[in-house]
Ligand binder design. Structure first.
Ligand code: NAD
Length: 482
């Protein structure tokens, strides 16, 4: 009789999901070895990741570093090929930035060096606080950075000693699976552990649900918009939620306008405005509004007039939902498209290499409130800096994600920082400077605002454990305590 091995595995893993996993049967290199992390069945993926986790717990921290080095090397050396694959599949953003994202994550995502032990010593002995892994983490990743998010998550999570099962966005599933396959293959060939990073090849809401509810998944990490953020928070598990943003920029009368224009273009045009931290709407004080618009043109952005903005809006902003849930969203056909495509829709011809379009709107314009994720940025006149900050705060919808100010007035910077209360707050730089790209600090593509972890690091994906020894090992204490 012929047996379908995949079918048997799938039935077994469904049963295991219901009754819990028994200890894995080790066949030397692991029961799921050779799959290189690519699975169709969510239960099977979790079982493979759990098996890999148990193997990882037997390895040294130095070996974790070696595993991460493979992810870094592939991300860097194959950034062009994988970035092109991501561009061809998702059809949003800009190729050079798809490549740059993989390169940067490979080079700069923090690894094992971020895992810190704390110690308390005194008359009563010594307590050390160490960082332990959770186990298998369930991750959801966005279409805007499919493989880059997996890369950053994998580095952080494995540095913390975890393994991960990813449900990628369906429109970025192929590059996700190929990247994961390459990472696992290299790790397996060197260290003999497979499936440290697992991915669902045909992701659906059902496979996401199966991951969320699986008893062997100890932590969830989602990166995406409002729907997935809500779903993670309702999952009943601890969740690290990297949710949506709508980052505003304020420009006051003291700002270096040419520098502000260059920064807004650099951040707002990167990957055609797909970054969650990217500049989405700008509030400029009346006194320098016209000068700022001229600075944007000098810096190379294409200015649309109000009729052109109307034409673009009628095509690039859609309405979804019924009744009280009816709201405006960015139209799928325009998300992540080039500025030249947006300008053409507006009825304006510009060179293909124009990075950003912009124009004056009022506060109530859809481009102000909608997270557009396309390289058209509305500029709104403000009476003064207080008015600009108030509009900036309201337009951010309380996501508390990212905001920017261009100013030389420290009081205005302070006032806006306090009012916005955002996870990232950049002064006189492009948005990505808040992730250490042109500013200080470290990088991650999962910025957890709603649940408070901020820019995620390996430490985010660890549990605190305390180990105490009583009345001993306080070696600098007085002899009478021994
Ligand atoms: P999206 O919300 O449409 O999808 C994100 C992921 O969630 C996808 O894998 C999708 O399949 C999944 N998903 C959606 N609804 C779900 C549900 N109910 N249950 C389970 N999974 C669900 O977002 P997108 O277009 O892929 O990405 C853009 C969004 O992500 C923007 O809102 C952006 O601000 C946000 N984002 C945030 C960060 C951050 O670090 N905070 C980083 C990147 C992107």
């Amino acid at each position: 009789m012929q047996y379908d091995e995949n079918l048997i595995r799938s039935v077994v893993s469904q049963v295991l999901a219901e009754v819990g996993s028994p200890p894995p049967i080790h066949n030397g290199s692991g029961g799921y070895s050779g799959r290189h992390g690519v699975f169709h069945d969510a239960n099977e993926a979790v079982a493979a990741a759990q098996e890999a986790f148990l193997q990882l717990t037997e390895r040294t921290i130095e070996e974790r570093g070696r595993i991460i080095d493979h992810i870094r090397r592939i991300s860097i050396d194959q950034s062009e090929e994988l970035g092109t694959m991501e561009m061809n599949e998702t059809k949003i953003g800009r190729l050079e930035h798809k490549i740059a994202k993989l390169l940067t994550l490979g080079q700069r995502a923090p690894g094992i060096e971020m895992i810190k032990t704390e110690a308390f010593s005194g008359d009563k002995g010594l307590a050390i606080i160490e960082r332990a892994p959770f186990g298998v983490i369930g991750a959801i990743t966005p279409v805007t950075h499919s493989l880059p998010t997996i890369t950053g998550n994998a580095v952080s999570m494995i540095a913390g000693g975890n393994t991960v099962v990813v449900n990628p966005h369906p429109s970025g599933k192929r590059v996700a699976a190929e990247g994961v396959r390459r990472f696992n293959e290299a790790i397996y060939n060197d260290l003999g552990i497979d499936n440290l990073i697992c991915v669902i090849a045909e992701p659906t809401l059902e496979t996401a649900d199966a991951i969320f509810s699986h008893r062997d998944v100890r932590l969830i990490c989602v990166t995406g918009g409002p729907a997935v953020a809500r779903a993670a928070l309702k999952s009943g598990k601890r969740a690290v939620v990297a949710g949506p943003g709508n980052p505003p920029v304020v420009v006051d009368e003291t700002a270096d306008l040419d520098r502000a224009a260059r920064c807004i273009i650099e951040g707002g045009a990167f990957d055609n405005n797909l970054l969650c931290i990217a500049e989405k709407q700008v509030f400029v004080v009346e006194q320098v509004f016209d000068a700022m618009m001229s600075a944007m043109e000098r810096a190379g952005a294409a200015r649309l007039n109000s009729a052109e903005i109307d034409r673009l809006t009628s095509q690039a902003i859609a309405v979804v939902g019924e009744g009280e849930h009816r709201h405006q969203v960015a139209a799928k056909d325009f998300i992540g498209k080039d500025a030249a495509v947006l300008c053409a829709a507006a009825g304006k011809n510009v060179a293909a290499d124009v990075e950003l379009a912009f124009g004056e709107t009022d506060y109530s314009h859809p481009f102000v409130g909608v997270e557009q994720m396309m390289p058209f940025i509305p500029f709104v006149r403000a009476r003064d800096v207080d008015h600009a900050i108030a509009m900036a705060k309201e337009s951010e919808h309380g996501f508390r994600h990212t905001s920017m100010i261009h100013s030389r007035d420290v009081r205005n910077m302070t006032k806006m920082g306090r009012a916005m209360d955002t996870t990232l707050y950049v002064k006189n730089g492009a948005s990505m400077a808040g992730l250490g790209l042109g500013g200080e600090g470290y990088l991650s593509f999962s910025i957890a605002g709603p649940t408070g972890e901020g820019v995620t690091t390996p430490q985010t994906f660890t549990r605190e454990r305390r180990c105490s020894i009583i009345e001993n090992l306080y070696v600098v204490g007085s002899p009478k305590n021994v």
